[in-house]
Design a protein around this ligand. Structure first.
Ligand SMILES: [Fe+2]
Length: 351
C-alpha cells in the first residue's frame, strides 16, 4: 500500500510489542507449566486431579501463540505440550482404557483448539488489516487532494508521513497504535487548510495580518474535523499542535516542551526538513546536510533536542529512499560553490 509498505507497523497485543518479547512470554508459560507437572510426585493417585488441572493450563500458551503467531505459533506450542504430556504419560501410563483414551483425547483437544483458534485469529487479522488499508487509502486520497491544491505534486503529505514513521522507529517507538497515530497525524497535518480560501492559501506574496490570522486557524480546524472520528482522535493531537514550538513561541496553544504531544514534536522536525529539502515558491531545495544544519540551529528553540538528535541518526540513504519513493530527489550535500577563478576560467575563451 502506498506510503505504508516499507515502514509497516508492528502489532501490540496486551502491551507486548515485539515478536521476541512475545516468544519469551509464551516460552516462559510453557516451561513453567512443564516444571510444575514434572515436580509433582509420579504414580501418586492423590495428584491425578491436580495434574489434570495443570495440564489444562497448556491452553493458555497455545491460545496466546495462536493469537500472536498464527498457525505456526500454535503448532509450536502444541507440539511442546504434546511432547511433555507424552513423556509424562510414558512415565505413568494409566492401566484403564478409559484413562488412556482420556490422555490421548486431551492432546488431541490441544491440537484442535490450537488449530481452530489460529485460523480464527488469522482470519480476524486479515479482516482488520483490510479495513485499516481501506481507511488509510481514503486518508491518502484526501491528503493527496489537499497537496495537489497547495503543492501541485500531491505527495508532500505521504512523504512527511513516511519520514515520520522512520523517525519514530529511530526514536524507539514500536507500539502499533502509536505508529498508526503518528503516520495518520503526519499525513493529515494540514487537513484544516481545506477551509482556507484560495486567495489566502495560494497568495504568491506575503500575507497580511488578517490573512495570517485565517491561516493560523488551520490546526484547530483540522483537529476539530478529525476529533469526531474515533480512529483519528490520536492523530488529531498532532494536527492541533504541529505548529507549536519547543520554546513556547508556536501556535495555537503556545505550548512549551513536553506540553507539546510527542508526535507533534516529531512532526515539527519532519515538516521543516521536508520544506527545506523540496522546491517551494520562496526557495529552491536545499541538501540534506544543509537542512540538518538549519534544524540543529533551531534545536531547543523550535525543536525538541532529543527529537533532533534521533532524526540526525537516521542514515541519509533511508531518507533518500523515502524521498525517491515519493517522487522527490534528495541530495546529501550541496555542490561546492565555484571560486571566482573557476568562474573566470569558465567564462574566458580557451587559448
Ligand atoms: Fe500546517
Amino acid at each position: 500500500m502506498p506510503g505504508m509498505g516499507d515502514y509497516s507497523r508492528e502489532e501490540s497485543i496486551f502491551g507486548f510489542s515485539g515478536p521476541e518479547v512475545r516468544i519469551v512470554a509464551a516460552a516462559i508459560l510453557l516451561v513453567a507449566i512443564s516444571v510444575v507437572l514434572f515436580s509433582l510426585p509420579e504414580k501418586s493417585s492423590g495428584w491425578i486431579g491436580s495434574r489434570e488441572i495443570i495440564r489444562k493450563f497448556y491452553f493458555l500458551p497455545i491460545l496466546l501463540s495462536a493469537m500472536w503467531f498464527g498457525v505456526r505459533g500454535a503448532a509450536s506450542s502444541t507440539a511442546f505440550a504434546t511432547l511433555v504430556c507424552g513423556v509424562l504419560a510414558g512415565n505413568d501410563w494409566p492401566a484403564e482404557v478409559s484413562s488412556q483414551v482420556g490422555r490421548v483425547g486431551e492432546v488431541a483437544v490441544f491440537w484442535l483448539v490450537g488449530g481452530l483458534s489460529a485460523s480464527i485469529f488469522e482470519q480476524q487479522k486479515r479482516f482488520i488489516g483490510k479495513i485499516e488499508v481501506a481507511n488509510d487509502n481514503t486518508l491518502i486520497a484526501l491528503a493527496s487532494a489537499l497537496d495537489v491544491r497547495e503543492h501541485n505534486t500531491g505527495v508532500h503529505s505521504q512523504r512527511v508521513a513516511d519520514y515520520m514513521l522512520r523517525l519514530a522507529r529511530e526514536a524507539g517507538v514500536r507500539e502499533k497504535d502509536t505508529l498508526d497515530d503518528f503516520w495518520r497525524g503526519a499525513l493529515l497535518h494540514d487537513v484544516g487548510k481545506i477551509g482556507i480560501p484560495d486567495k489566502v492559501l495560494l497568495k504568491p506574496g506575503p500575507l497580511s495580518e488578517e490573512e495570517w490570522a485565517v491561516m493560523r486557524n488551520h490546526p484547530e480546524v483540522g483537529a476539530g474535523m478529525l476529533r469526531k472520528i474515533e480512529f483519528l482522535r490520536g492523530p488529531s493531537k498532532i494536527v492541533l499542535s504541529h505548529h507549536e514550538r519547543y520554546d513556547g513561541t508556536g501556535y495555537p496553544g503556545k505550548l512549551k516542551g513536553a506540553q507539546i504531544p510527542l508526535g507533534a514534536r516529531f512532526f515539527a522536525v519532519i515538516d521543516v526538513y521536508d520544506a527545506l529539502t523540496t522546491d517551494r515558491a520562496y526557495h529552491t531545495a536545499r541538501s540534506h546536510t544543509d537542512a540538518l544544519t538549519k534544524i540543529r540551529e533551531k534545536s531547543d528553540t523550535h525543536f525538541d533536542p532529543a527529537v533532533v538528535a534521533a532524526f540526525a541518526k537516521i542514515p541519509f540513504e533511508d531518507l533518500r529512499e523515502i524521498a525517491k519513493k515519493n517522487q522527490t530527489p534528495l541530495l546529501f550535500a550541496s555542490p561546492p560553490i565555484p571560486s571566482l577563478y573557476q568562474v573566470a576560467s569558465a567564462l574566458s575563451p580557451q587559448p
